[in-house]
Design a protein around this ligand. Structure first.
Ligand code: HEC
Length: 175
């Protein structure tokens, strides 16, 4: 009787282990999508941000831009804004600290925001690169333009060009 009881417990134990594995791997598969959703929500938050060069005016995209939309403007959350000088430009040599969020709003025409491009410093994130950046690229309607789980694969080469500051390029192209 005791043996049977133990065996039953053993089966229950194995079953719960299997269940947790299934749960963990399911969570992992979903993590990429959830991250894009999270970044999308973060991008839409505007309070507490500082604009590049302290101006919310739309800028015409630069000659070096890999972003197709003709207009843009870039803002920094309170953590990232610690690394802006009085003019609102990024201080040379900056390594943005954890929690820094930089959002570039991209516009098809001056009235219509069409996409968000984001850099988010979150070193512990499984989708961050070796500098700790998580890369988001999401349409204004929430569709994913380039999944964050690509770890900036389509962004990093261009954003590592000479003169970049911790992979950011606004200073280069809007001095
Ligand atoms: C071919 C070059 C190129 C590629 C590829 C590119 N970018 Fe950019 N990006 C720029 C340039 C140049 C700027 C400066 C503003 C502008 O002209 O668009 C910029 C600005 C930004 C900014 C504003 C912060 C800053 O100072 O750089 C963010 C955020 C950003 N890009 C995110 C991304 C993401 C995310 C990807 C990949 C999905 C990406 N970029 C791909 C060239 C590129």
């Amino acid at each position: 009787m005791t043996n049977k009881f133990n065996f039953h417990h053993y089966k229950l134990f194995t079953f719960s282990i299997l269940l947790s594995f299934a749960f963990i791997s399911c969570k992992k598969n979903k993590a990429g999508k959830e991250l894009d959703q999270e970044l999308y929500e973060m991008a839409q938050e505007t309070s507490g941000f500082t604009w590049y060069k302290n101006s919310d005016a739309l800028l015409e995209k630069s000659a070096g831009s890999g972003h197709p939309m003709p207009y843009l403007r870039t803002r920094y959350n309170a953590t990232a804004a610690n690394f802006l000088d009085e003019e609102g430009k990024v201080i040379p040599g900056t390594i943005f600290s954890e929690g820094s969020l930089i959002v570039k709003e991209l516009y098809d025409d001056p009235e219509t925001i069409s996409r968000y491009a984001l850099f988010y410093k979150d070193s512990d994130n499984e989708y961050s690169d070796e500098l700790g950046w998580v890369y988001g690229y999401v349409e204004a309607n929430g569709d994913v333009a380039s999944p964050s789980k690509n770890k900036g694969g389509s962004c990093i080469d261009c954003h590592s060009q000479s003169g970049n500051i911790d992979r950011t390029l606004m200073n280069n192209f809007y001095p």
